[in-house]
Design a protein around this ligand. Structure first.
Ligand SMILES: Nc1ncnc2c1ncn2[C@@H]1O[C@H](COP(=O)(O)OP(=O)(O)O)[C@@H](O)[C@H]1O
Ligand SMILES: [Mg+2]
Length: 503
């Protein structure tokens, strides 16, 4: 009972922040709302005192104020332009993930908890924090083997996040019970996904694994530098990597260093990203300027591996063929690729789809390549999801989102950057290697293997499905509704807050 009460209080705090920033039924959407909702929106704005700026920006500010779990929620929402719209997700992607650092005493305590008596030997000279965000902070460390960067999770952050997730889940269940729209949007499943993604970021061993995997792939060519993991100094709550001497791209002086050649650096960004996505199917999915450092020799280093994107063989082929199709203006081929990949249901016409693609591709061909955004083009393609009843894979959305980031960074480095010209050799090499006479049989084999793997899981899925059908649904307290006293407490608090805001 106490935990339920705590959840409702927490939700009330969230509700208050959202009302204050006018993100529940915002004025901008009034035209689309029924009369009762419009009235409720006006009332909320009156209570909240009004707010300025676009709805996405207001939401970002509200989430920043609500702390770590909500900052992470905002970052998650920012990866779904297909659900929340491009403008809102763009605004959310500018959400600031900065918090005051925690003390050195707390940092030392975390190290002792992770490494016991070894802590003092492994971390003898730890600097003050150099960066602090919602989940962790980073210190510099001198060791006999050289400089290191040590990322330490915030004290009790796992507990804090679990607490907020529990309240979010309660809100989602409640919403699904009372609103058909929430059931359609699968609010409970959505909170489940958000929770899973947050929990992943709270285990730094996973981040170490991602860093190591990308470092190994990056060594195959020379596009990015990725610092090596110091496994002896890493654990669930601590991640240690080699220190990168350089300046983040957020620092205006980063590109003024002697060794920097802007056009070459921009090309390396585009090629590095596409190589990882198309060739390896694994990519750094948080390529914002704070996570990219320019070394004095003019190389680009990546840090922060909390979010790694993965796309399967089918999606990689899809991406390569799409880009190749646009580079060569072969719309019929792009349309076929969509059908072959199973994105467009077979009862739709390939010809109609090719026509739609032409409408995306042709207007851009007269323009200078530096003005044509690859990320936006991919978004327009994914936008046809609705029109053509396509089945969109979420990992492609993450890829598209990252591509927009990458392109933004490349153009900030070199305003004349031509992403198409930079992409061409990477795409061409992959097509030749995989779809030419030598590569095609290998690709067919891989794709068949993927289909076979999925089929192997089918009996399992059927069993679970059957078990679900035969197990009677147990009524949980939530399904029988929140207890009467919760409404009483909520009512009293809501009236108190209303009086506070209005006065
Ligand atoms: N290996 C490193 N070398 C140098 N600086 C680093 C290194 N790792 C992180 N940093 C610095 O610390 C900041 C925060 O680290 P990051 O891993 O991005 O944490 P967060 O997940 O909190 O964003 C980075 O933006 C970068 O400036
Ligand atoms: Mg970062």
């Amino acid at each position: 009972m106490l935990s339920a009460l705590a959840d409702y209080l927490r939700l009330l705090r969230v509700g208050t922040a959202l009302v204050r920033h006018d993100v529940i039924l915002p004025g901008e959407y009034h035209g689309r709302l029924p009369l009762t909702a419009r009235f409720a929106g006006r009332l909320l704005r009156f209570i909240g005192g009004g707010a300025t700026g676009r709805p996405g920006k207001r939401l970002a500010t509200a989430l920043e104020r609500l702390g770590p779990a909500y900052i992470k929620l905002g970052q998650f929402l920012a990866t779904r332009p297909d659900v929340f719209g491009v403008e809102t997700t763009t605004d959310l992607s500018h959400l600031k993930d900065k918090l005051p650092p925690f003390s050195m005493l707390e940092a030392q305590k975390a190290l002792r908890e992770e490494f016991n008596e070894q802590a003092d030997i492994l971390f003898p000279k730890l600097s003050d924090p150099i960066a602090a965000a919602s989940l962790a902070q980073v210190h510099r460390l001198e060791t006999r083997g050289g400089l290191r960067a040590v990322k330490i999770l915030r004290p009790r952050v796992e507990w804090l996040i679990e607490r907020e997730l529990r309240a979010m889940m309660r809100a989602a269940r409640l919403a699904e019970r009372v609103s058909a729209e929430s059931r359609r949007l699968e609010a409970v499943a959505f909170v489940g996904t958000v929770g899973a993604s947050m929990r992943k970021e709270l285990d730094l061993r996973l981040e170490a694994g991602g860093a190591d995997e990308l470092a190994e792939l990056a060594r195959r060519d020379d596009f990015f530098h990725i610092p090596a993991v110091d496994w002896d100094r890493s654990g669930r709550r601590v991640l240690t990597t080699d220190w990168v001497e350089g300046r983040p791209l957020t620092d205006p002086k980063a590109l003024e260093q002697d060794g920097v050649n802007r056009p070459e650096l921009a090309t390396a960004v585009t090629r590095g990203f596409l190589t990882h996505a198309i060739r390896d199917g694994v990519f750094h999915a948080d390529m914002h300027e704070g996570n990219m450092l320019v070394t004095p020799k003019g190389r680009l280093a990546l840090v922060d591996f909390g979010l790694i994107g993965r796309i399967g063989q089918n999606e990689r082929r899809f991406l390569a063929e799409i880009l190749w199709g646009f580079i060569r203006r072969d719309y019929a081929r792009i349309a076929e690729v969509h059908f072959e990949a199973g994105y467009v249901p077979p009862d739709r016409s390939v010809g109609d789809f090719a026509q739609a693609l032409r409408s995306v591709g042709e207007p851009i061909h007269g323009k200078p390549a530096s003005e044509v955004s690859m990320g936006r083009l991919l978004l327009q393609l994914l936008d046809f999801t609705h029109t053509f009843g396509m089945h969109l894979r979420p990992e492609l959305v993450l890829l598209q989102k990252t591509m927009v980031q990458v392109e933004g960074v490349a153009r900030a480095i070199d305003p004349n950057h031509d992403i198409w010209a930079a992409a061409e050799p990477i795409v061409k090499d992959w097509i030749t290697a995989n779809l030419g006479p030598v590569g095609a049989p290998k690709l067919a084999l891989n794709t068949a293997q993927e289909v076979f793997d999925r089929l192997k899981r089918l009996p399992d899925i059927m069993d679970k499905f059957e078990a679900n059908l035969t197990t009677p649904v147990k009524a949980t307290p939530l399904q029988t509704g929140p207890p009467w006293w919760a409404w009483l407490v909520l009512g009293a608090l809501a009236s108190g807050l209303t009086v506070y805001f209005v006065s």
